[in-house]
Structures are given as C-alpha cells and as structure tokens.
Design a protein around this ligand. Structure first.
Ligand code: PMP
Length: 295
C-alpha cells in the first residue's frame, strides 16, 4: 500500500528505491522513540502540484528536531525542493509526504550526532475517511507538557495516540478524543478538535496540544467567513451541549463528528458553519490561492 518495487525515497542525500533502503537495528529511534517527523499533503491544483503550507510543516520539523536536540542539516527550503523532486520521481500529485528524521546507533539516553533523514510519499485518502465519525472520550490523556514537548511531533509520542485509537475502536467508535492532564478536552490522537455552538467554534488553546497547521488554517477560514473562534479550556460535558463538532488535521483534513459518546449532535451537518469550513478547506488546498476564491 505504501510502496512497491518502483517507489523512490529520498534517504540521506540520495534518491533510492524504497526496497533498497537499509536501516540499522541499533538506531536510537527504534529503541527509544527519539525521532521527529511531519505529515504533509500535496494537491493537484490548476497551477500544478502544490505542497500545502510546506514552509509551516518544515519549520515545525525544525522546531521538533531542536526540542529533541537533533541537528537537522537541511533547511526548510531544501526540504521543500527535495519533496517536489520526490513527488515528480514517483509521479505523484495528490499525495501524502512523510519526512522522518531518525537517529543512528546509540543505546544511551543521550543525543547523537548520527542524524538521518528520509522523505517518503504515497497516495493516501482522507485519514479518518469521508464519513461522519463516532467519537468517544478516551481513558488516556495527552502527554503532560512537563513530561515531554507536546508541541513537537516526536515519534515516541505516538504510542499514546495508538493506545487511544485502539481503545476507541475496541469500543465500537471510529476515533478517540483525549483530555489533557487537567481533564480538559485536548485533541484527537492525530487531529485537533473543534465544536460548534450557536454558530461559534470552540477549540482548546495551545499548550497541551500539537499546534496543528490545519487548525491554524481553520482559524484563517473562519475569520474570512466571519465565524468566531474561541480558544479556551472546556470539559467533555460541554461537548454534549454542542450543535456539531469536527476533527482537523493534514491527513484527516476536516471531518465531521456525528456522535460523542452517547450524544448525537442535533444539527444537520449540511446546515452547520463547520460544513462551510470543510468546503472552504478543500478549495483552499486544491486551489492554493485563497484570495482568488469567489464562492
Ligand atoms: N494533533 C496531533 C496529535 C497530530 O498528530 C496532528 C497531525 N499532525 C494534528 C493534531 C494536526 O496537525 P496538522 O494540522 O498540522 O496536521
């Protein structure tokens, strides 16, 4: 699904076949989860293939690396250029791009200067599908910002996400919603969360969540449409008074939620402001020219 015999990846300065890539067994990322990555999308637009918010993603990769004491030698501009080359070599237009910075041999709990970078790309549908989701409150909390850098996209942090999604699916739900260490709602395992009440959106403030690039895009779209967005803490019980809700993320894009625990959101998705955001998001990424939109 992710690669075949023809697939090319960028690995440490060269474009090679994915099937020829070799990774050492003693690498620190595999043993201890110290590595950083990004999830980026490109879209087939009228102006050609365009990577959406490439700079923001590669700048976040740099931030994540810095927080983990990883020396990433490539600039954001270089990484963007390499990603376009990678798409071309794989004949990909609408694609998901995964840069992963992983470390070499080091069995100590210390940083290492053996830094590797791989960039992979594949075709990927919307991560959480196209249908409205059933979401449950997770028994897991997002990592405490005093135990790690939650605003960094670190490989090891995703064990928390895997536990939460696995638990939600075992209970018959599509996805989980996690709290922060104070029992406020934080985010999903791989997406940020918004609810809508009386036409206004509410979402968790930065601090205990990943600062989503899609979340920032939703803020831009909402501003443009004249919809208010409140960033504040809220508990799970408040969601059960909301009209609708959605997840947003690069892989998931904007996806509506029909149910939270036993509570079914009362508003028809098609009539919500969230649906307008979802529509605008699709146009924004596929045209890449927000100013030129006249819909
Ligand atoms: N939260 C988490 C935990 C995530 O993994 C992601 C996906 N990167 C997001 C939020 C959404 O971030 P973005 O919009 O930048 O993809």
């Amino acid at each position: 699904m992710y690669f075949n015999e023809q697939t090319v990846v960028f690995l440490d300065g060269e474009f090679i076949r994915a099937s020829d890539a070799k990774v050492g067994l003693y690498n620190q990322t595999m043993h201890y989860g110290n590595g950083v990555f990004e999830g980026i999308r490109s879209y087939d637009t009228p102006d050609g293939t365009r990577i959406f918010k490439a700079k923001e993603h590669f700048d976040r990769l740099h931030y994540s690396a810095k927080m983990m004491h990883i020396d990433l030698k490539y600039s954001s501009e270089e990484l963007e250029k390499l990603s376009y080359e990678l798409l071309e070599k794989n004949n990909l237009k609408d694609a998901y791009i995964r840069p992963l910075v992983y470390l070499g041999e080091n069995m100590s709990l210390t940083p290492t200067n053996k830094v590797h970078i791989v960039i992979m790309a594949w075709e990927w549908g919307k991560y959480l599908g196209d249908n409205m989701l059933k979401v449950c409150l997770s028994s897991y909390q997002r990592p405490n910002p005093k135990s790690c850098h939650v605003e960094a996209k670190v490989v090891g942090h995703y064990t928390n996400s895997i536990l939460a999604t696995t638990e939600a699916k075992a209970k018959g739900f599509d996805e989980a919603l996690l709290t922060d260490m104070n029992d406020n709602i934080a985010e999903g395992p791989g997406a940020n969360f918004f609810f809508e009440k009386d036409g206004k959106f509410v979402t968790a403030p930065l601090g205990n969540i990943l600062a989503g690039i899609t979340r920032a895009t939703v803020f831009e779209l909402a501003k443009d449409l004249g919809f208010e967005v409140e960033e504040r803490y809220f508990k799970a019980s408040e969601i059960e008074t909301a009209d609708t809700a959605f997840f947003c993320g690069t892989a998931a894009e904007v996806v509506g939620i029909e149910q939270f625990n036993d509570y079914k959101f009362p508003m028809n998705w098609e009539d919500t402001n969230a649906r307008m955001i979802q529509r605008r998001y699709k146009l924004r990424v596929s045209k890449n020219e927000y100013e030129n939109l006249h819909i």
